[in-house]
Write a protein that binds this ligand. Sequence first.
Ligand code: HEC
Ligand code: HEC
Length: 397
Amino acid sequence: MRRPTLYVLLTACVAIAALSSFRGDEIVSEPSLAAEASLAPEEVEASSDEQAEVANDEPRHFRAPHNVNLFITEDDAVRAPGEDWFEQQAELFPGRYSYDESLADGEGGWVDKDGKYELRYDEEEEEAFYWRVLTKEELTIGRQDYVQFCASCHGFEGDGYGRSAQHLRPGPRNFQRAMFKFSKVTQALPSDEALKTLIRNGLDGTPMLAWDLSDQQLDGIIQYIKTLSEPETGWRDLFTEIGDVVEVGENPWVGKESEAVTAGEKVYHKNDCYACHPGYLAPPDLAALREAPEGTTFRDNLSYPAIKDSDYTVLDHQLKILPPDFTWHQLRAGTTPLDLFKTIAAGIKGAAMPQWKGAFPDEDIWAVAYYVHHLVTEYKDQPAKRSAFMNALRRDQ
Ligand code: HEC
Ligand code: HEC
């Protein structure tokens, strides 16, 4: 036993003795308070024998607040990506994965030599699913890094309501709901790689900073976050789909950037982006571009964003979200044409922003990405130029 721990016990005994003599039966909760007050929190956390059974190690960090559980006591498993992903991994890491025809009732499946992934047959569904197996030891490491780096905002239990959260706008994500906005993935849930990229990049203009953590630390945190999914949702949903960042393909506008902007302006205004974001054409010009019949009217305040309902909540309060005006608001997930291509293609889950991949050709997604990029670089943070541009649109409104 470490010396400070002994000291805790001694202090606690002295405190119990002292307090009992004064207060008789009411003592139940007092000793631990006395012990905590006299010592730094980490020593109190490490002193429980029950916890020591799980990981004999000290907690990885020494500033965890009092009374926060730092140890995961049970192994767990969360849903993993499907066959395609294993095929890719098998190529990337020769020797680690092998295909076994006899698995899954003769359907066949991948075997991971390292035992991190398992194909498990589900009796009820009569189907096999891949799982990421998580030991209590690795989850404990992930939990401790999570508490250290993320919990102040995302909450000790991942509910998005940490100590700092009440003053943050936008609010931190609630990991129990396993719903993500900016992962640039079209499927239901982002792959580990997509989450890593997101966390490493942060979200511009929000308290979600870019995190410079090691690959191992990030992996631990991400696996831990997955286990926060509520039963039968997110990574605990058998039928969940997990995907990677949307495929980019070749950029057809290289060397023709200004043509891309012109084409993108058309794509933007023909595809109703202005139903939510501002329209950047005066109504008569928009009518002409859309070849709208005479007398067509557009929504009020066309050159302002229109606030939209979302599936996100803070303490059960349903949030409405203002779509950005690209000449004014800070975009969260990057403003290069490449980043914009991915964001627009994938859409923003739970917010009104649709997935555009598949809705029109990739070439047009690229064009509209160049157009948005143009609006940002030309007008954002350039108040005089922006006023002139917006006032011209608003002259007839
Ligand atoms: C200072 C507060 C703060 C801290 C600390 C913080 N975050 Fe966040 N995080 C946020 C906020 C705020 C958002 C939501 C931003 C938004 O909606 O634009 C967010 C969003 C996220 C998202 C969701 C992005 C999406 O696409 O929906 C993930 C994942 C995330 N954080 C992971 C982490 C991890 C992992 C850590 C610790 C390494 C961490 N955060 C630490 C404030 C924080
Ligand atoms: C039905 C409403 C709606 C439509 C239509 C729509 N968007 Fe959005 N869009 C949103 C909302 C809401 C957000 C903000 C989400 C958030 O920040 O939580 C958004 C965000 C964005 C972002 C910013 C992402 C970031 O990094 O912050 C881009 C870029 C974008 N939309 C482009 C487009 C383009 C291009 C179109 C048309 C092809 C379009 N949107 C159509 C609602 C819409």
